[in-house]
Design a protein. Sequence first.
Length: 146
Amino acid sequence: MKTGAVIVIASSVLIATLGIFVNISTQDKVRVEDSPAGKYRIEEPVYGGLAKAAQSGDCKAAYRLGRHHVFATRNTNEAIRWYRLASKCPHADAKGELVSILMHFDTADAEVDRLLSEIQTINPEAAETDRAAVESVRALRARQNR
């Protein structure tokens, strides 16, 4: 093979490799930004401001923090904490998302039932869907405990 052909082939391989690397790097960035984690991630100092607002009764801020912890940090305890604050307002989504988290804990049945009743008064259709999901989980738990 001639030297010129070797250089052309080597250059092509190098360019292709570089192109693949750039493409992978770009795709990783897009994937993170488009993922739920990227969509719901809250960075400082916004987080601190939202936390203050939520503790002062801003249910939307508390709901946003709850979603941040469900999707971005995957910290269930923090998510529950913020969703409980958000659920003090007539916010069916916050209550429903709190129900779905609490269903993973056997001791939360009384709180789940209370939340379902509150959702019923706000959005009966959402309550019906949430209640069906809760009944399915409870039936599964009962079968597992036999």
